[in-house]
Design a protein around this ligand. Structure first.
Ligand code: GLY
Length: 604
């Protein structure tokens, strides 16, 4: 099946673009607060059409927001300028991402937020991931029928059965009410305005819409997005979402309960059922955000704080770092040695994910045993200095019954970072899973297809080739395993890096490489985020490199000589970050949005 769409331009991403001077001019104009919103949106969109210039990394003195769409960064910065803090700005950015990039995230999805409050140095991890309906069963996808109209069309990927109960409304409310300074009604304003006035369609969204047009047009709201009989959204076309604007304003005025109960809840249930789903009013009314203890460990002179289960991302990050620390230093020297060591370090934790990971509220996860020092020593000892080991050397993989022919180049996920003037930090990853989620809407919200992050059956891989084990089979009120890895890294007591990524199974490997580029290899933010990356997830046993950021041919040849099976991937993931540095004469906050996706940071 020829499924997957190239979201970013086919050519390499790095030439200085003709849009750079426009973006510069725009930044200046944006300081004039009365500058017309629509004009700015159109220009910003030009800068976000997949041909980024050099402005994807910027320095700021007081506060910064780095999101994968320029208008979303801008929405967060607007709320900070209006007296809000990082929590308020995170909520505003999250909402604005749902409006500007409805292919990636939104109120119909869910996510994770890691929040650092400077006042008391507290760290809070909010899990507002989608939850399976009460009628979900372990076998619900085993024999379910597929949609025939286009790509990514199994029952866990499109239509009503694919959707879990959205968690983002609860996440937004919790961030603002517990940690914010502004009323929710004010925080929602930039996104509501964007949805009402319209946002120019960016080139990446236009491209992905071409692959899913037939499926999207089955939904009355999405059908209106396609002008005339177009078979794709057009770059630059103004996308207005009046129903979504209304829902956002209801959230602002009455809080998340107005989405989980009443008319909007009834609409979600109606639309899900119309498309073969099993969501109920009770499922919505019973949705609860969960506060969890983030994972945290010291590695390479820093404290890494990251996502706990139901994400496997944080675990993979920390285990990989622990293994790298245990191999002899010459085996992780930059160049082929480091690339080899990285690939090897990921195989074990990805296999653990298959076998052990599930919703920690429903299955017991032997986390302590999995991270025990003797186990890490044993895994590090398996890393051969010059030979790629088969994944079986690290652990017994689950037998694979079925895997997708090809992994998608991109996903419906979005990561962003906020640092405010008081030192608060928000690292947030939010998702509707695959592009345009389950490809239907309710009350203007694109509904998620997060149920595909469950195992459809033991040994069956999801869209990203992640093989599922029994702990991750669907069940009533269960959350599916995720790779989302919102992370904050500390040097002493100072949060020096906010980072994370979008990109399905590749989220964690991209996050880790960019963080290491910054903290260990002394690259600046621009260099760190655009450097070529690799990916390995044990299953399939392939080492991926990116077409948009090609790895040096000599390095590829050296990796192959070590026995790695090489396979190119269009691009691996997209990373957003804010790095706090102390360099004489430089503004301290360096914010970067991955040029693979075309975002621009904003701040002051
Ligand atoms: N849906 C992407 C993830 O949770 O990893």
């Amino acid at each position: 099946m020829r499924v997957f769409v190239r979201l970013v331009l086919a050519r390499p991403i790095f030439p200085r673009s003709v849009f750079a001077p426009l973006a510069w001019l725009l930044k200046r104009l944006m300081r004039i607060r009365t500058f017309a919103f629509v004009a700015s949106a159109a220009l910003l969109c030009l800068a976000a059409t997949g041909t980024p210039g050099e402005d994807f990394a910027q320095r700021y003195r007081e506060y910064a927001v780095a999101a994968h769409h320029p208008l979303a960064s801008r929405a967060g910065a607007e709320i900070l300028a209006a007296g809000g803090n990082a929590a308020d700005a995170a909520a505003a950015t999250m909402l604005a991402l749902g409006v500007s990039t409805p292919s990636s995230s939104g109120l119909g999805g869910g996510g994770f937020a890691l929040y650092y409050r400077a006042r008391d140095r507290s760290l809070t991890f909010l899990d507002f991931r989608e939850r399976a309906p009460g009628k979900a069963t372990p076998t619900m996808f085993r024999d379910a029928k597929s949609d025939t109209d286009g790509p990514i069309s199994s029952a866990s990927q499109i239509g009503g059965l694919a959707s879990g109960v959205p968690g983002e409304p609860a996440g937004i409310e919790d961030l603002v009410r517990r940690f914010g300074k502004l009323p929710l009604s004010k925080v929602v304003e930039p996104a509501a305005r964007m949805a009402e006035q319209g946002v120019p369609v960016s080139e990446p969204i236009a491209k992905v819409s071409a692959a899913f047009a037939a499926q999207m047009k089955k939904d009355a709201t999405m059908r209106k997005w396609f002008a005339g009989n177009a078979n794709a959204l057009t770059p630059g076309q103004l996308l207005r979402q009046p129903e979504l604007a209304k829902t956002i304003r209801v959230l602002g005025a009455r809080g998340a309960s107005a989405i989980y109960r009443g008319a909007i809840a009834r609409e979600i249930v109606r639309k899900s059922r119309q498309r073969g789903g099993i969501l109920s009013l009770r499922d919505l009314a019973r949705y609860r955000l969960v506060e969890r203890r983030p994972l945290s460990a010291e590695h390479f002179g820093h404290r890494w704080v990251t996502a706990p289960p139901p994400s496997a991302g944080g675990y993979t990050l920390l285990q990989s770092l622990a293994i790298l620390e245990r191999v002899p230093p010459h085996q992780r020297r930059r160049g082929v040695a480091l690339l080899h060591a990285l690939a090897e370090s990921w195989k074990g934790p990805y296999l653990d994910r298959e076998r052990y990971f599930g919703d920690p509220d429903h299955v017991s996860l032997p986390e302590t045993k999995m991270m025990a020092a003797p186990r890490l020593e044993a895994r590090a000892a398996i890393v051969h200095p010059t030979l790629a080991m088969p994944p079986e050397a690290y652990d017994l993989p689950l037998p694979v019954k079925q895997r997708p022919a090809k992994q998608p180049d991109n996903a419906g996920t979005s990561h962003f970072c906020v640092m405010d003037a008081a030192g608060n930090v928000a690292s947030v990853t939010t998702t509707i899973n695959l592009p345009f989620g389950a490809r239907y809407t309710a009350a203007g919200m694109v509904m998620n297809d997060e149920m595909d992050d469950f195992a459809r059956d033991v040994g069956v891989a999801n869209a990203f080739g992640l093989v599922g084990g029994a702990p991750n089979l669907p069940g009533p009120d269960k959350r599916p395993v995720s790779t989302m890895t919102p992370t904050i890294v500390f040097k002493g007591n100072t949060p020096v890096l906010c980072i994370g990524a979008a990109g399905g199974s590749r989220i964690v490997t991209a996050t880790q490489q960019v963080a290491m580029n910054l903290l260990l290899h002394r690259m600046n933010a621009k260099e760190a985020v655009r450097a070529p990356r690799i990916h390995h997830q044990a299953h399939p046993n392939k080492l991926r490199t990116e077409e948009v950021a090609p790895l040096d041919n000599k390095l590829v040849a050296q990796l192959k000589a070590r026995g790695h099976v090489h396979e190119p991937l269009h691009h691996a993931a997209n990373v957003q970050l804010i790095h706090r540095t102390r360099r004489r004469g430089q503004k301290p906050l360096s914010a970067a949005c991955d040029p693979r996706k075309g975002g621009l940071p904003a701040g002051n």
